[in-house]
Design a protein around this ligand. Structure first.
Ligand SMILES: *[C@@H]1O[C@H](CO)[C@@H](O)[C@H](O)[C@H]1NC(C)=O
Ligand SMILES: *[C@@H]1O[C@H](CO)[C@@H](O)[C@H](O)[C@H]1NC(C)=O
Ligand SMILES: *[C@@H]1O[C@H](CO)[C@@H](O)[C@H](O)[C@H]1NC(C)=O
Length: 341
């Protein structure tokens, strides 16, 4: 049965490709070039100050992955594929950056996301510190810690938030809010104890205790916020924390104490039902660990929202602030095969 299906799919794809790839003459290619150059020549730079900033990160999304995505997009529309554009490829400005970290040619998300957020390269596994901080060493970091876009936006009176399909404590989102020399300290299980360092706290703890200004937090990783003695609201199994602290309750109590409107969501329906006009703070946790790939996602109301659903709701909530907002959106696990993500 499976084999037959695979052959059928292959046959359909081949047929689509053969029928649609038409041969173009020289006028076709020269027109594309002329249109491109004309567009660039007549492009007027926008010199106004941006009110809102949305940083979208495709984790591990290198050029070869972008190429595959572009071809698939075209083929799904019955074309050959290569001639298609992803939407962001038509932005007026594009560029490439060198994403090495201070200590690795092939870096990890911690150091690279930290560089995107702060503008400063650092060692792999580290976030929110400069390159003089040693991986795994959490003493003497006061001089090493860095602020980044999330803090700058907050200082400018803007709302801030992030959505991700990874755990909200994973390296890319954590680079927006955590100060740590070990990306693996997502909950309190492996953090060195009794060091006396204010930076030897786990990433989930830092998100709730050190970033209470953050308006929108959405993604997976609920287990890192719930102790082993309590039930994870997403899975109804026990959480991972050893410190007997329920950080979701801490988050909620902080908002109550500050008389702020808040909403929580643990599935797609609950997220959809949230009225953004009455929500200053939104915490959405939709999986105990990473969220599912879009293809595998449970699309029922009690399942997970899509990255697009989360992004839409985040923009609505953050738009309550007339001063604007900073939002980070991460599509995670593009590079899952290579294990460093
Ligand atoms: C941290 O600083 C203190 C002095 O301020 C010094 O004695 C100690 O060796 C330093 N520790 C590390 C790990 O650098
Ligand atoms: C987080 O907050 C605690 C107090 O609540 C403070 O001691 C610590 O320095 C803060 N950590 C960071 C990374 O700012
Ligand atoms: C908070 O909720 C109340 C009651 O729904 C509403 O009147 C108020 O405008 C809300 N405030 C914000 C800042 O969303």
């Amino acid at each position: 049965m499976g084999t037959i299906n695979i052959f059928r799919t292959t046959a359909v794809l081949l047929a689509v490709v053969t029928c649609s790839s038409s041969v173009e003459d020289k006028a076709h290619w020269r027109k594309i070039a002329l249109d491109d150059i004309t567009r660039k020549l007549y492009h007027t730079p926008n010199t106004r100050v941006a009110k809102n900033v949305v940083l979208m990160i495709g984790d591990g999304m290198g050029i070869s992955t972008v190429t595959s995505a572009r071809i698939l997009k075209g083929q799904l529309k019955g074309k050959a594929g290569e001639e298609t554009f992803l939407n962001f490829e038509k932005f007026p400005y594009t560029g490439l950056s060198k994403v090495y970290s201070q200590d690795y040619q092939v870096p990890d998300s911690a150091a690279t996301a930290s560089a995107m957020m702060t503008g400063v390269k650092t060692n792999s596994r580290c976030m929110g510190v400069d390159g003089l901080a040693m991986p795994g060493e959490c003493r003497n970091l006061t001089e090493r810690r860095l602020n980044g876009m999330g803090h700058w936006a907050n200082d400018a009176g803007k709302s801030t938030g992030f959505v991700t399909t990874s755990r909200v404590t994973h390296a890319t989102p954590a680079a927006m809010y955590a100060v740590t020399t070990n990306r693996d300290w997502e909950d309190d299980r492996s953090v060195p104890k009794n060091t006396g360092s204010p930076y030897c706290t786990d990433i989930a703890w830092q998100l709730i205790h050190n970033n209470s200004h953050m308006n929108v937090i959405m993604g997976g990783g609920s287990a890192n916020f719930v102790p082993t003695t309590a039930s994870d609201p997403v899975t109804l199994r026990s959480g991972r924390r050893l410190d007997d602290t329920n950080l979701i309750e801490v988050w909620k109590n902080d908002k109550i104490q500050r008389n702020a409107n808040y909403s929580k969501a643990y599935n797609a329906k609950q997220l959809e039902d949230i009225d953004p006009a009455n929500t200053q703070y939104l915490l959405g946790l939709f999986a105990s660990s990473h969220m599912a790939y879009e293809l595998d996602r449970n699309k029922e109301p009690e399942g997970e929202p899509s990255l697009a659903d989360m992004t839409r709701k985040a923009i609505q909530v953050l738009s309550n602030n007339d001063n604007g907002f900073f939002l980070m959106v991460e599509g995670e696990r593009n590079d899952d095969d290579c294990n460093i993500n």
